[in-house]
Ligand binder design. Structure first.
Ligand code: DP6
Length: 405
């Protein structure tokens, strides 16, 4: 008996122009376009194996080894149903000899290589990996943009993880959502020295989820209306140009302004939503001062911070500046041993936890206070990466019996 099974991995993406607000909550259609950088799957990824088998009783899903219920009419069920529909329409209806995989139940196992405790949203990479593995399983002759329309219905930001490099999610105008999809602005190879430093900020309070937070913003924030009508459209044009021109100064200015405005509309929500904390704000102060020094030297901005729906900072910079920025963060946020994995060998095997850190010449050290060990509990260094990958049999997450290994 033939085994119909496929494994794919998909990347995390971090937006520079933030998606915040839906005009259709069921189809997940946004109130504005957004744009992100895809991060390298060598460091952060979701891996998913899907198998279709007529002997399976019903569709089932395991996340990091634990079975998750696939709720009727829920986002997961919608994505699976949409993928089966594409299989039927694009393959089985056109080539009647192809096996009717769309009628078989599927078993799906997914694994994130980064801990949930890292505070990184896994829904984007997770739904992108799900859709990619099913597309491979079903041998779908469709583009990543078509797949992005389906991933979008799992989690809005997931649609941008269908491409590598620099990716726009065009909001679209059609009520059915068929033109609300991701497109690649530039591949990874266009600007490969864009690196990212994720500062994992310790957080014990349970925050407001993106899904419910953004809906409250849509219902109550007058500032959001200004943002979607008068700010984001021009920013999408400007940041795309900055990327195509490899103009880091402009890229950084727009990225930081958009992060600030996203947190401003969160604050403008009734009741207000706070995602950043004192540590997040201190990191902003450090990056602002670091940029002030480099602008004064005529070098333009060298770093851009951005924050999603939580306190973690993501700092974009060019490869040549990462070491300086790690030193800066370590100076104010002393690290525990092993909290920074030096995957690019910047420190030649030395543990930065042992370092005092340092600031660049001319830096005003009084812009922030020194925090206690653990305020920033880890640093993840990564860079712009490629889109979903098809993986071989060695990487499969399902055993011969069709259950998680
Ligand atoms: C702040 O994509 O997680 O990260 O569509 O409801 O699943 P749902 O929301 P989600 O929201 C992401 C919000 C953000 C900004 C962004 O990634 O653009």
């Amino acid at each position: 008996m033939a085994v119909y099974q496929a494994t794919a991995s998909a990347p995390v993406n971090i937006a520079c122009i933030k998606y915040w607000g839906k005009r259709d909550t069921k189809l997940i259609l946004p109130t504005n376009s957004s744009l992100s950088v895809t991060l390298d799957q060598d460091h952060l990824r979701s891996t998913t194996t899907s198998r279709a088998d007529p002997s399976f009783k019903h569709d089932r899903l395991w996340l990091n080894g634990e079975e998750e219920e696939i709720k009727d009419g829920g986002r997961m069920a919608t994505c699976i149903a949409e993928m089966k529909r594409l299989r039927k329409e694009e393959v089985e209806d056109k080539q009647p000899n192809e096996p009717k995989l769309s009628t078989y139940p599927v078993h799906i196992a997914s694994f994130n290589n980064f801990p949930t405790a890292a505070g990184l949203a896994s829904s984007a990479s997770g739904f992108a990996a799900l859709v990619s593995s099913l597309a491979q399983l079903y041998q779908l002759p469709v583009s990543p943009s078509t797949l992005s329309v389906i991933a979008r219905q799992g989690s809005g930001s997931a649609c941008r993880s269908l491409f590598g490099g620099f990716v726009a999610w065009e909001q679209g105008t059609k009520p059915d959502g068929s033109d609300s999809l991701a497109v690649q602005v530039a591949p990874q190879s266009h600007w490969p020295d864009i690196h990212a430093l994720i500062c994992v900020v310790s957080d014990d309070k349970k925050g407001t989820s993106s899904t419910s937070g953004m809906q409250r913003t849509v219902e109550t924030s007058p500032l959001l209306q200004h943002r979607i009508k008068h700010v984001v459209p021009q920013r999408m044009v400007d940041i795309s140009k900055a990327i195509l021109d490899r103009d880091f100064d402009a890229f950084a200015a727009i990225t930081m302004a958009d992060s600030n405005q996203f947190h401003a509309v969160a604050l403008d929500t009734e009741p207000p939503i706070f995602y950043m904390n004192d540590v997040s704000r201190a990191i902003i102060a450090l990056i602002v001062e670091y940029n002030r020094v480099s602008v004064a030297k005529g070098l333009g901005r060298k770093a851009a911070y951005t924050y999603d729906a939580g306190p973690n900072a993501v700092i974009y910079t060019k490869k040549e500046n990462v070491k300086e920025i790690v030193e800066l963060i370590v100076k104010y946020f002393p690290q525990k041993e092993g909290s920074f994995k030096d995957v690019f060998g910047l420190f030649g095997g030395a543990d930065v936890a042992k370092s005092e850190g340092s600031v660049v010449e001319g830096f005003n050290e009084a812009v922030a206070k020194k925090f206690e060990v653990g305020a920033v509990k880890g640093l993840i260094h990564t860079k712009v990466g490629d889109g979903p990958r098809a993986l071989g049999k060695e990487e499969t997450l399902l055993g011969d019996d069709g259950f998680p290994k």
